[in-house]
Design a protein around this ligand. Structure first.
Ligand code: URA
Length: 290
């Protein structure tokens, strides 16, 4: 093989490896070093195996030990869940404006998504917005730039909002349930959502919008504390209440749930129902602003 053949063969091997990674869903490199996680699992398993070999005489006490261990683990987890929440609540409550809320959120270590994300995605738009929209979690584009809704779904959202006279430059504020990107855009878990919630409650109480809009199932279910699907929840008006809001002197804010723009990109026929929701939002807004 001559030099150029060798280079071409290396190049096609590298391209094949890259293609394989894309095919299996890798969309971001988050570290310069690779970890053999299979190795970690095998090592962990080996440790467990050696620990749990039962002998007749000790079988009972070992299983007792094991359940005791489970109780200990569980109570440790519960205690740390509570501790995380107390920590989140005090950091959120201490914030008196959006800048201090962002700074306090950046100090919060209770959500593991912070470790894999590139940037904190806090919020964007007008501090005293008429409408505050809340999505699920940042995606790849948002994570890179630390700004919510700037990828393809954000562009669609901007376009839809413009039809009813709304924009982030004028009268809108945007944020998410979760401020850090979940790896591979997976759905955030309940514990991830719960650990960040005090910050979101305070975020809403500080922006004090006239209208809240929950984009998609995760946002709607979380903030309406409902287990219903988004198709049932969307298109209706709710009264959003929270103790954080009450502390800032507001009893409730009218809230509408609607479909997530990322879903509309996949199912354009559903834009029709979203258009109805947008008109309903505009109609209510007109009663305030004329
Ligand atoms: N999807 C969301 O829910 N939020 C973003 O910021 C971007 C995409």
């Amino acid at each position: 093989m001559n030099d150029s053949n060798i280079i071409n063969s290396k190049r096609s091997k590298l391209l094949a490896a890259l293609k394989w990674q894309i095919d299996i869903g890798v969309d971001e490199s988050i570290d310069n070093h690779t970890f053999n996680r299979f190795n970690q699992i095998v090592q962990g398993k080996k440790k467990q195996e050696t620990k749990s070999i039962p002998t007749n005489s000790t079988q009972k006490s070992e299983s007792l030990d094991f359940s005791q261990q489970n109780i200990n683990n569980l109570s440790e987890q519960l205690m740390s869940k509570e501790a995380i929440n107390i920590n989140a609540m005090s950091l959120a409550n201490d914030a008196t404006d959006l800048i201090s809320l962002k700074n306090n959120l950046a100090l919060f270590e209770g959500c593991s998504l912070k470790k894999t994300a590139t940037n904190l995605v806090f919020g964007q738009g007008q501090e005293n917005a008429d409408v505050m929209l809340i999505g699920e979690a940042p995606g790849r584009h948002e994570d890179r730039q630390g700004v919510p809704f700037i990828g393809p779904s954000g562009q669609l959202l901007d376009e839809m909002l413009s039809y009813i006279g709304l924009s982030r430059e004028k009268n809108v504020y945007l944020t998410n349930i979760i401020p850090w990107r979940p790896p591979g855009n997976r759905q955030p878990t309940d514990i991830e959502i719960i650990s960040c919630l005090p910050f979101l409650y305070q975020h809403i109480a500080l922006v004090k919008p006239r209208i809240l809009v929950f984009l998609g199932a995760t946002s709607a279910k979380t903030l309406l504390e409902s287990t219903e699907g988004i198709t049932k929840l969307r298109g209706k008006w709710y009264d959003y209440k929270s103790s954080y809001l009450k502390k800032s002197g507001i009893e409730s804010i009218p809230a509408m749930a609607t479909l997530h723009p990322a879903y509309l990109l996949r199912q354009p026929a559903q834009k029709r129902s979203t258009w109805k929701d947008l008109l309903s939002i505009r109609e209510l807004l007109n009663t305030y602003t004329g």
